[in-house]
Design a protein around this ligand. Structure first.
Ligand SMILES: Nc1ncnc2c1ncn2[C@@H]1O[C@H](COP(=O)(O)OP(=O)(O)OP(=O)(O)O)[C@@H](O)[C@H]1O
Ligand SMILES: [Mg+2]
Length: 375
């Protein structure tokens, strides 16, 4: 089997390696620290910055195909690696566009894929721009955002002083009915497979998007339309790999693309237990140019993120897992991060049940029982 090199040592890498192990696909990771979720179970690992030319070249020299589980990495060196004839999937061109949310939007707009209206922040006419967009308005940094960092919602003029001080754009605030997401895979032959459209729900307390409901409770028509847009997105990118696409479903049932992730995605964790081929297996198939796997949803499911408990920072301590193991059709994933901090993604729980309301309520019970604190 060909050797896969993954840039990044986080949980997405770890779950990819768990699938790779089944098929004896060797995986080497570049990780900023060891132990990390991925480096602990990989065949080999290199410790270094994800921007370090030499380390990425070293990884490439040991692997047949290079990929990544995070988009904040050195793109220039990926271009070099491609020039040397080595495969990088998704390509350097794809990640270059996705790294910069404004480039992403430009590409989508070029292909007439609907997004929320936006425009670059212009220091010299912020007041005018705010008049145009009206409050609330969303400010997003072009680069470097993740898990809501790099997103700032201005509610009134008094928020101007707290704006993000980086290259950024204003985006029209979308009053949405639901936030939707989909996983979609494409291999180098151009074969495409979509997973079911799912719904992302928010924790009322923290407003962190932490629950995924599969499938989304939407009409067949909206589901089909969302899938069509997802296919347009991946074709516009000429993307090879697995992609998570986030959408807003507006009050008038418009479907707007929010953003695209060029890798396995939080909203696709449920596929491990709920689909024939998980997003991680599909990721490997796509980047190794194998036929893509079946994406059938075998059971309705609810996935809930396990975040570090508020008020606890330090060496990770897990409590309440015994109570979680008592619940039916409930799958516990702990990523193995040695250090916890408030709201850090520490694991997730997936509950299967064809009655989606039972799946959701059991997932919430499981999450309330499990606490990630510090020693
Ligand atoms: N235009 C908008 N209108 C309303 N809400 C928005 C808008 N843009 C972003 N949000 C809210 O902020 C959340 C995070 O935004 P976005 O997905 O762009 O940032 P991110 O940092 O890349 O997030 P993540 O890594 O969590 O996916 C969205 O899921 C949504 O709830
Ligand atoms: Mg997002």
């Amino acid at each position: 089997m060909k050797t896969v090199g993954i840039i990044g040592g986080g949980q997405l890498g770890k779950m990819t390696i768990l699938e790779a192990r089944k098929m004896d696909i060797p995986v080497i990771v570049l990780t900023t620290e060891h132990p990390s979720p991925a480096s602990e179970i990989s065949n080999d690992y290199i410790v270094g910055s994800l921007y370090d030319d030499k380390k990425i070249l070293e990884l490439a020299s040991k692997c047949d195909v290079i990929t990544y589980e995070i988009e904040h990495i050195n793109v220039e060196i990926l271009k070099e690696i491609e020039k040397q004839g080595k495969k990088v999937y998704p390509s350097s061109k794809v990640i270059e566009i996705i790294q910069d949310k404004s480039k992403q939007k430009k590409l989508l707009n070029k292909y007439n894929i609907p997004t929320s209206d936006w425009e670059y922040v212009d220091e010299s006419k912020i007041e005018l721009q705010l008049e145009k967009f009206k409050f609330p308005v969303v400010q997003k940094s072009c680069k470097g955002g993740y898990d809501g960092k790099g997103v700032f919602i201005l509610k009134s003029k008094s928020d101007i002083k707290n704006m993000i001080q980086q290259e950024s754009f204003f985006e029209k605030y979308v009053e949405c009915k639901k936030e939707l997401a989909i996983m979609i895979a494409r291999n180098a032959k151009g074969e495409i497979k979509t997973y079911p459209v799912v719904e992302m729900a928010f924790d009322e307390k923290t407003n962190i998007c932490d629950t995924v409901i599969a499938p989304a409770q939407i009409s067949k028509e909206i589901e089909e339309k969302t899938k069509e847009i997802a296919i347009k997105c991946i074709e516009a990118l000429d993307g090879v790999g697995i992609f998570g696409i986030e959408f807003f479903l507006t009050q008038n049932d418009e479907i707007l693309v929010n953003e695209i992730a060029p890798r396995p995605h939080n909203s696709g964790h449920y596929t491990i237990e709920a689909c024939t081929s998980s997003q991680y297996e599909q990721f490997l198939r796509a980047i190794l140019n194998y036929p893509l796997g079946d994406t059938t949803l075998l059971s309705n499911a609810c996935m809930i993120n396990v975040l570090g408990e508020d008020g606890y920072t330090g060496k990770t301590k897990i409590t309440g897992e015994e109570e979680v193991f008592k619940l039916p059709k409930t799958y516990l994933h702990i990523y193995g991060k040695r250090e916890t901090k408030p709201f850090r993604k520490m694991g997730h729980i997936t509950v299967l049940n064809n009655n989606i309301d039972i799946a959701i309520s059991n997932a919430k019970i499981a999450r309330d029982r499990l606490k990630i604190i510090s020693e």
